[in-house]
Ligand binder design. Structure first.
Ligand SMILES: O=C(O)CCC(=O)C(=O)O
Ligand SMILES: [Fe+2]
Length: 280
């Protein structure tokens, strides 16, 4: 299996992109409309924030899940026992955001959401008819004005050598949501699991945009689009001293959206969060 980078502006980009999502659960776009300058600015601003004491004033609220999640409470992926080596911040437009970071991060949230709606329309257009029939409403409609769509700013700190045995930056997992949009991080490490079971690097040239299928679209498409396992491995050599910042946007449907005969978006999310131990 190979992940090809697709030129967003090529005449056949939509078709090739959707083929890639069907084959691998991932699609990589170059030449896309997200402003790289904005992404770089956000990486720098949030790197400073994570290295400041201010982050502790924004400790996440368990009821609403917005704010700062320190490494000590960071996620343990489903089926794993060791915590990931990361800290992160959950941005929702209705949630708490440090004043000096608000403007740029909300501009990014907006831009990435607009692109997501277009990419969901591509996915719908190139879904086989029997698959498209299963969508209860247009895919792009599912996320319209959703309050659940989550922008996570991740900081993987430099490795100090005292990390728990077996811990990696992000253990193998699948995303819960419909699709995820992720600008290539400032450092490598993201890998995806192939159908054959081996791990390959996601082409993470700076400026690429990575899109992956989450469990909710796998559910809504009855498996046509696979929610593929991915992970972030630890850096080697001198890269160990470098932080890695990344910025996944998890597109979540409105809660009442019907995904399948079994699930609405809300019932699905609750089931998954219970499994993860995030809620009781
Ligand atoms: O940091 C990355 O590149 C990926 C992060 C990720 O997969 C996640 O937070 O779900
Ligand atoms: Fe993920």
């Amino acid at each position: 299996m190979k992940l090809e980078t697709i030129d967003y502006q090529a005449p056949d980009s939509a078709k090739r992109f959707v083929e890639s999502l069907h084959e691998t659960g991932f699609g990589v776009l170059s030449n896309h409309p997200i402003q790289q300058q904005l992404v770089e600015k956000i990486y720098q601003q949030w790197y400073d924030f994570f290295n400041s004491e201010q982050k502790h004033e924004y400790l996440y609220k368990p009821e609403t899940q917005d704010g700062f999640f320190p490494a000590s409470v960071s996620e343990t992926a489903k089926g794993h026992t060791v915590k990931d080596i990361k800290e992160y911040y959950h941005v929702y437009p209705w949630g708490r955001i440090p004043e000096q970071l608000k403007q740029d991060i909300l501009a990014y949230y907006q831009q990435a959401n607009t692109l997501a709606a277009e990419l969901l329309a591509w996915i719908e257009q190139y879904s086989p008819e029997d698959v498209a029939q299963k969508y209860s409403i247009a895919l792009s409609k599912m996320i319209e004005n959703s309050q659940k769509t989550l922008l996570r700013i991740l900081h993987y700190p430099p490795l100090k050598g005292d990390e728990e045995l077996g811990a990696i930056r992000a253990a193998a997992h699948e995303d819960i949501n419909l699709i995820t949009i992720l600008p290539a991080a400032n450092e490598p490490g993201l890998q995806v699991k192939t159908k054959q079971g081996d791990w390959i690097d996601v082409p993470s040239d700076f400026g690429n945009l990575i899109i992956n299928i989450g469990d909710m679209l796998q559910e809504a498409s009855d498996g046509y689009f696979p929610s593929t396992s991915h992970r972030v491995i630890n850096p080697q050599g001198t890269d160990k001293t470098k932080s890695r910042i990344s910025l996944p946007l998890f597109l979540h449907p409105n809660p009442e959206v019907v995904l399948s005969e079994r699930h609405t978006a809300d019932s699905y999310l609750m089931e998954r969060l219970r499994e993860l131990g995030v809620i009781d």
